[in-house]
Design a protein around this ligand. Structure first.
Ligand code: ZN
Ligand code: ZN
Length: 176
């Protein structure tokens, strides 16, 4: 028997109990109201109350109805506790995980962006002309203002490095 069957069984039982409870409550309240009304009417007209006994009959009905109804609702609640709590907890966990993974991916994206930004900034800085201070776009080989070389040719391997590079990006040797 899986959770769904369990829940359905609970639900069916609870529905029956609630229906029975409500019927009993209605009958009981009807009896009490009729009995009390009869008592009031007959006492005001000095007649012997004939339906007053209904009040006494009504109370067990109300009590039984109340028990059935509360039990029906309690069953529903306990059914929910047993079968709903786990999926709800699972959903919540999933929600949390989703939220976390979202925020993690957002963070990762932000970190990646900031890394890109900083590399861009570094690139711009690296491509700042050492002669005139003009910022040149990343990858530029010559200053757009004064024409000075923005790259440093490695004396060992000939690879082109940023003007500010300290070590060759190809062979790793010092450029100073
Ligand atoms: Zn320049
Ligand atoms: Zn080199």
């Amino acid at each position: 028997m899986d959770d769904k069957e369990m829940e359905e069984k609970y639900e069916r039982t609870a529905k029956k109990l609630r229906a029975l409870g409500i019927i009993l409550l209605i009958v009981g309240i009807g009896c009490v109201v009729t009995g009390t009304a009869d008592l009031i009417i007959s006492s005001s007209s000095w007649e012997e109350p004939t339906l007053f006994w209904l009040s006494f009959v009504g109370f067990p009905f109300i009590a039984g109805g109340g028990i059935c109804t509360s039990f029906g609702f309690h069953k529903k609640v306990s059914g929910y506790m047993m079968s709903q709590q786990a999926p709800v907890a699972k959903d919540y966990a999933n929600y949390m995980i989703d939220g976390t993974s979202d925020s993690v991916s957002n963070m990762a994206g932000k970190v990646a962006n900031s890394v890109n930004d900083s590399s861009k900034v570094e690139g711009v800085d690296a491509n700042t002309c050492s002669k005139c201070g003009t910022h040149n776009p990343l990858g530029a080989k010559f200053c757009s203002k004064c024409g000075a070389a923005l790259t440093k040719k490695c004396p060992y391997c000939g690879a082109e490095n940023d003007d500010g590079a300290k070590y060759c990006n190809n062979c790793g040797k010092s450029l100073f």
